[in-house]
Design a protein around this ligand. Structure first.
Ligand code: SAM
Length: 298
């Protein structure tokens, strides 16, 4: 059943400006009434994929013109849209799903508008990261969102190593949130077991707001075992890591172990030593002497 929303149904005309409108991530009931009013009232809707947004607009009986605004034309399109906004246009930005600007286009235009004195108005709604977090069972007191980890295995491992070092040095436990692709999740969990330890608490939120919504909560090794025994892993997912380092993971790894791990990801000895030294706040020559000592003992 589709609902008709027309500008006539609104109480007040919409003020000029850029409207960042969140759209559902799997359940159309998550489209807000305010979001619908804005989409029906703006001069145009800038969307990541016009065909995808057309389905949403048609469902709700909205006929506002659309224009594409995606990763590949974000910069050039932002310039055009900004010109229209400066002349008093009312433009909404939507992504395919969820909140624009969060691992999706939107931030460039918002920053340009702010610099040009054009009002920027967020229209809240669905977001995968926040909804995964609040139902993960992990602390939401402090959290950090990283978007997607690098697709390449070596780079992903290096990033996780650096994150573990940063968490070790941090004064407060911070839950870490990642978006992840189904074909990479097993590899990522294998890296997490290696870097954070098999007992590290993690959560995986899959297919949020959809029919087959699922939360997996447990240790990194438990989640890895669960996914490995499935014939296939599908769907959209958010991975969360506890900010509290487990005993195994926080046991200080020696500089030499770290250098060897980093070299295993493809770094040269010199670069691995530099990175391991930096993570520990050691000077280059001090780190080099320690590395030489352990090499001599082998
Ligand atoms: N802007 C969106 C938001 O506000 O969540 C995120 C866009 S990002 C390109 C897409 C990624 O978000 C997916 O690969 C997945 O990691 C996560 N995601 C989106 N919808 C999801 C859902 N229904 N359940 C779990 N994760 C989801």
């Amino acid at each position: 059943m589709s609902e008709k929303v027309t500008p006539a149904a609104t109480s007040q005309p919409l003020a000029p400006g850029l409207y960042l409108v969140a759209t559902p991530i799997g359940n159309l009931e998550d489209m807000t009434l305010r979001g619908l009013r804005v989409l029906a009232s703006v001069d145009r809707v800038a969307c990541e994929d016009t065909r995808q947004t057309a389905k949403l607009l048609t469902h709700f009986g909205i006929s506002t013109p659309t224009v594409s605004y995606h990763d590949h034309n974000e910069l050039s399109r932002a310039t055009q849209l900004l010109e229209q906004l400066k002349q008093g246009a009312r433009i909404a930005v939507v992504s395919d799903a969820g909140t624009p600007g969060i691992a999706d286009p939107g931030a460039v235009l918002a920053a340009d508008c702010i610099a040009a004195g054009v009002p920027v108005i967020p229209i809240p709604g669905a977001n995968a990261a926040i909804n995964a977090l609040i139902a993960s069972g992990l602390s939401a007191e402090h959290f950090a969102f990283h978007g997607f980890l690098p697709a390449k295995e070596g780079q992903r491992r290096t990033e996780l190593e650096a994150l573990q070092q940063a968490m070790k040095a941090a004064s407060e436990a911070t839950t870490q949130i990642f978006y992840e692709a189904p074909h990479r999740i097993v590899g990522t969990l294998e890296d997490i077991v290696q870097v954070f330890g098999s007992e590290h608490p993690v959560a995986l939120a899959r297919e949020l707001t959809k029919l087959h919504e699922e939360f997996l909560r447990g240790t990194a090794a438990e989640l890895l075992a669960e996914l490995q025994q499935r014939p296939n892993v599908r769907g959209e997912m958010v991975l969360l890591l506890s900010g509290k380092l487990s005993a195994a993971s926080s046991a200080t790894r020696s500089l030499a172990e770290e250098v060897r791990t980093l070299m295993g990801t493809g770094l040269s000895e010199k670069d691995a030593l530099k990175q391991a030294a930096k993570a520990r706040g050691l000077g280059k020559s001090e780190a080099y002497r320690e590395w030489q000592r352990t090499q001599a003992r082998r």
